[in-house]
Design a protein. Structure first.
Length: 190
């Protein structure tokens, strides 16, 4: 069975009526647990080095201080700490998978809309990009393929990885939906 990384702390923020809501991970974790899957808590910390391979320190500071400006992404109290737990889950999942043990990160906030220096679409840090560049920092990993299956285009991940020869990004999404990009990607994954 795959290692499933989740942490109840990631359910610790909520905006009334917002589609990115805690029940998504809470209910999924309950159902997986009742089906016999073991839910593991990821390590408490994500290294600054892992984050800064993708996001500059100024980005981390804007998330920590709530000084970013995105109308869809709220500056919840403590969101930086919660988002870092989500990052830790993505990196722990990657490390498990790279060691030969299948893994899944069941965390929030999501990440695929966050760019190098911007929050967007409920995403504060780009979990996929951070885990991918951490994997490529390992001696045994030479290339990574990202298959992003979501109703929305994984624009942040695609933009961060654009031009890299060691990463291929394929986003399967509906168009035209938020963020309004992705049409040009049809049939032409990074």
């Amino acid at each position: 069975m795959p290692a499933i990384f989740s942490d109840p702390i990631t359910a610790g923020y909520y905006s009334e009526g917002h589609p990115e809501a805690p029940f998504r991970v809470i209910e999924s974790a309950k159902r997986l647990s009742s089906a016999g899957h073991s839910i593991q808590t990821p390590p408490d910390e994500i290294s600054a080095e892992d984050i800064e391979r993708v996001h500059p320190h100024s980005h981390s500071e804007s998330v920590k201080n709530g000084t970013f400006g995105d109308p869809d992404t709220a500056a919840h109290p403590g969101i930086d700490a919660i988002a870092r737990v989500s990052l830790a889950g993505a990196v722990a999942s990657m490390r498990s998978a790279c060691s030969g043990d299948p893994a899944f990160s069941l965390m929030r906030p999501p990440g695929h809309h966050a760019g190098k220096e911007r929050v967007a679409g409920f995403c504060y840090y780009n979990n996929l990009a951070v885990a991918t560049l951490a994997a490529l920092n390992e001696e045994t990993i030479q290339r990574v393929a990202i298959l992003d299956i979501d109703v929305h285009h994984g624009d942040g991940t695609q933009n961060i990885m654009l031009g890299r020869n060691d990463v291929r990004v394929c986003s399967l999404h509906q168009f035209p939906l938020y963020p309004g990009s992705g049409e040009e990607s049809v049939g032409n994954c990074n």
